[in-house]
Design a protein. Structure first.
Length: 335
């Protein structure tokens, strides 16, 4: 059975302002990409927070990584992969963008973990200068509508229609964009693919004008404000989800037990927490092969990220019902 979609209102007559935005959105006009950071007069600097929001699995984390130019948010096909407020930083020309990737807003389950994730989303959009509302190009359903209804009315919102590369009939985008005008007074419309470098460059030019004129908050070379300890846990969790597929419930998590630095060497011990004994067997695999592969792939990516040697030990423990326990959810590092 097809998923229900939110009813689309009949498009109203488009205003000249909307037609101008549509022209930019469809590539007839475009903002020039800004240059990479150089010596910039502090009086000309812009700096602001940009929240990336949307339902699960619309490409928010892929978009953040592309904007930052390095992997700072994990990705997988499993819904609800992102669980924390991830901050990515990119300084382009005179503008410093502080991007906030958020979990996909949860509407299906009301356990303690999902309540925590939704609290993170609402907190992220409460105090930003710009919101990128990410949907799949040409699509809009009830889950998208739920997220849109939560956005504050006093913050400009850009409709970012992602996965444009999967749209085969581009001619259908214009009426879809006009119908989206009826749902919200978007500041801009940006159909794009987060995997296309030219689209990412164009997005910087579009977003820059929404940033307030103020000195940069971070150094020009900074890419994230998250600790290496946090990144280690996230990388293990990404490999866990990617290598177990749909077999393992999304409620599995990773806790860092030890993180030590010796020069350019990092020694890390981590525990993968699952809810059932059967899940533990899935993670360990036959003769420990699955767990070994999770550790190897996480270690290789962490070494690439940090440019140094990593020793990584992994353990698996069962903590039944942890995702329904508010205290345990907080103890595992969720807000």
């Amino acid at each position: 059975m097809a998923k229900p979609t939110a009813p689309a209102p009949a498009p109203a007559a488009a205003s000249p302002e909307l037609e101008s935005m549509l022209a930019r959105a469809l590539g007839k006009e475009g903002a020039a990409p800004a240059a990479e950071p150089a010596a910039v007069d502090p009086a000309t600097q812009r700096c602001g927070y940009v929240a990336i929001v949307g339902k699960p699995n619309v490409g928010k984390s892929t978009l953040l990584n592309a904007l930052v130019g390095q992997k700072v948010s994990i990705t997988s096909r499993k819904a609800q992969t992102t669980r924390h407020r991830i901050t990515g930083i990119r300084t382009v020309g005179a503008a410093q963008f502080i991007f906030v990737d958020t979990p996909g807003f949860q509407t299906r389950h009301g356990n303690a973990l999902n309540r925590s994730l939704n609290k993170t989303v609402l907190g992220a959009v409460a105090d930003v200068d710009l919101i990128l509302f990410v949907v799949e190009a040409g699509r809009f359903n009830l889950a998208d509508a739920k997220v849109l209804s939560l956005l504050p009315p006093d913050v400009p919102v850009i409709l970012l229609a992602n996965k444009l590369d999967q749209v085969h009939r581009r001619g259908e985008l214009a009426p879809w964009l006009r119908s989206m005008q009826e749902r919200h007074a978007f500041a801009e419309y940006v159909p794009m693919s987060a995997k296309a470098a030219k689209d990412i460059e164009r997005l910087f030019g579009i977003c820059e004008k929404f940033l307030p004129q103020q000195p940069w908050i971070h150094d020009a070379e900074d890419l994230t404000d998250r600790s290496e300890r946090f990144m280690a846990a996230e990388m293990v969790r990404e490999k866990l989800f990617r290598l177990t597929g749909d077999e393992l419930p999304y409620t599995s998590t990773v806790v860092i037990d030890r993180f030590e630095e010796e020069g350019n060497l990092r020694r890390i011990a981590a525990t993968i927490v699952v809810e059932r004994d059967g899940h533990k067997g899935m993670v360990i695999g036959d003769k420990g092969e699955k767990l070994k592969r999770i550790g190897t792939e996480a270690r290789v990516e962490l070494e690439k990220l940090w440019g140094g040697k990593v020793f990584l030990e992994l353990w698996v423990k069962v903590r039944s019902g942890w995702a329904d326990d508010d205290a345990r959810v907080r103890s595992f590092g969720y807000e």
